[in-house]
Design a protein around this ligand. Structure first.
Ligand code: BES
Ligand code: ZN
Ligand code: ZN
Length: 529
């Protein structure tokens, strides 16, 4: 017993940051494959839900494979009387000499599309979920080279596979890690292979962005400090973006008293990241802002210890900004984006901010910090003020800001607070495509009053009561924005996945990265970004 403990401790000790960084490097993006490895090939085919017990409603690709196998696939499927239902699978062996397994997955009813009540494209969501289940089952069987049916929506199929196969096991021993799987699109029967490959690549890149967000959110806070976050972002983005890493002195010179009041309780120095992607020339970039609290203890207003480990994901906004930028730059979207990420820890200590302290933000507004656990709004206040200096055409911020948004919406949708009907419509349209939903919330003066009623300063950092907590937090942020196209996404409720999204494993979700990428894609089609 004692010996095993000693062994364990020495192993943990060995996991110093540079060692982890090397592993991390290897595991980000697409993995590298050695040529000597033995590949076990498998195929995923889609079928539509169909009541008939004597015919199979194959996708175009699946029908061709059935023909190639002399109808064996349909024969085998019809040997059992119960037709496949949406989300169910059948695995067949020895039907095609090229593949050791052929997995048939049901993608729901033919022709399913936008569902108004669900505000989602059901057809695309079913494809994502169906292929996700398929590739995971095949991985369990030891298959490691999988060709996947585009299922009539190549991009959704690629997203489903690449999101499902993600797992954060960088810190585990080799034998405990999920095996590497190579996936590709079954294009051989396509009329236009090139455009199919292009769509597949787009889906894979969208998933890659979200997977970067997930990995950053999942990383433990002792490894992912503000400094380390900046280092990883440089590694990931520096070839496509300009990455400026600002230090505490810079933040002081910018008079970011609100941001610095959160960082002051920690021994980890704060960092302010400024990233620029210039896919086109313009003097009104699209601004992204992300909350980057690498760990939120609550500070002096300390949180209960149960479940506090989840607060390593309190840089989810920052992670989603980084993930979005990765995809936007890989897709080479013709758009000018500037991103602003304040990074720090929220810790209790002798130097920490105390309840009742008053701090001054970059725009000169004074803030009475009655609750040091409402720190996200404090760091965003300065980041939003700073972003305004670049004449942005819009400002979109993302933050794991309040437990109250989780109470309101759960993991069903990210809460969106915006002063622009037009921006709301665009974001919602993007979310219908991505399947990663948003829901609009109010920015009434009613909530502003709750935070402007303040004994010592211009603003209080809490609303006085628990009621409408997500709305008072948004009202607070509104005090630091003049832009007419502002969107604030409270993503605390969608921070982690507990089985709600079928194609995301359990753990940090990286939501709503793909919605934001789609939104930027939509905006890139407008003239002024
Ligand atoms: N980081 C938390 C919000 C959060 C909660 C994120 C659950 C993810 C999951 C935030 O900094 C916080 O603590 N907010 C307080 C605000 C309150 C003190 C007004 C909250 O929601 O309780
Ligand atoms: Zn907090
Ligand atoms: Zn927080």
């Amino acid at each position: 017993m004692a010996a095993s403990i000693v062994k364990r401790v020495s192993r943990v000790k060995k996991l110093n940051v540079s060692h982890i960084s090397a592993r991390y490097k290897l595991l980000t993006g697409f993995r590298h494959f050695s040529t000597s490895k033995q590949w076990n090939k498998a195929l995923v085919l889609g079928v539509y839900e169909n009541e008939s017990t004597d015919s199979i409603d194959f996708t175009g690709t699946a029908r061709k494979f059935d023909e190639k196998a002399d109808g064996k696939i349909s024969q085998l499927l019809l040997t059992v009387k119960k037709p496949l239902k949406c989300g169910k699978t059948r695995t067949l062996h020895a039907v095609d000499p090229e593949f050791s397994s052929v997995l048939v997955t049901c993608i729901g009813k033919r022709g399913e599309g936008y569902d108004e009540l669900e505000t989602v494209d059901k057809g695309r969501e079913s494809i994502r979920a169906a292929v996700a289940k398929a590739v995971l089952q095949l991985r369990e069987l030891g298959e490691n080279e999988i060709e996947v049916d585009s299922c009539g929506d190549t991009e959704a199929s690629a997203e489903g596979c690449h999101l499902a196969l993600f797992s954060y096991d960088d810190l585990k021993a080799e034998k405990s890690r999920k095996p590497t799987v190579r996936i590709s699109c079954a294009t051989r029967y396509s009329q236009d292979k090139n455009s199919m490959e292009k769509e597949w690549r787009k889906g894979a890149i969208l998933a890659e962005g979200q997977n970067l967000s997930r990995r950053l959110m999942e990383m433990p806070a002792n490894l992912l400090t503000p400094t380390k976050f900046a280092e990883i972002i440089k590694e990931q983005l520096a070839d496509k973006c300009e990455v400026l890493v600002r230090d505490k002195d810079w933040a002081e010179s910018m008079k970011m008293g609100s941001f610095l009041s959160v960082a002051r309780g920690s021994v980890e120095p704060p960092v302010f990241l400024e990233i620029e992607y210039k896919g086109r020339q313009s003097d009104s970039p699209l601004a992204l802002v992300g909350k980057g609290v690498t760990f939120d203890t609550g500070g002096i207003s300390i949180k209960p210890s149960q479940g506090m480990d989840a607060m390593r994901g309190d840089m989810g906004g920052a992670a989603c900004v980084a993930g979005s930028l990765l995809s936007v730059s890989k897709l080479q979207l013709p758009v000018h984006v500037k991103a602003f990420i304040p990074l720090c820890e929220n810790m209790p200590s002798g130097s920490a901010t105390k309840p009742g302290d008053v701090v001054t933000a970059m725009n000169g507004k004074t803030i009475q910090v009655d609750n040091t656990d409402a720190e996200g709004r404090l760091i965003l206040a300065d980041a939003l003020c700073y972003s305004e200096q670049f004449n942005p055409s819009l400002i979109l911020d993302m933050a794991t800001l309040t437990g109250a948004i989780d109470v309101a919406l759960g993991a069903g949708a990210a809460g969106v607070f915006t002063n622009s009907e037009n921006m709301w419509n665009k974001l919602q349209k993007a979310s219908v495509r991505s399947g990663d939903r948003v829901w609009r919330m109010p920015l009434f003066n009613h909530y502003t009053k709750k935070i402007t009623e303040c004994q010592l300063a211009d603003l209080n950092n809490i609303g006085g009561s628990r009621s409408g907590g997500a709305c008072t937090a948004a009202a607070f942020l509104k005090e630091f924005v003049n832009n007419k196209n502002w969107l604030h996404l409270d993503i605390a409720g969608v921070m982690s996945n507990n089985g709600d999204v079928a194609y995301l494993g359990k753990g940090m979700s990286g939501r709503p990265t793909r919605t934001v990428i789609e939104f930027i894609n939509l905006m890139s089609k407008e003239t002024n970004n």
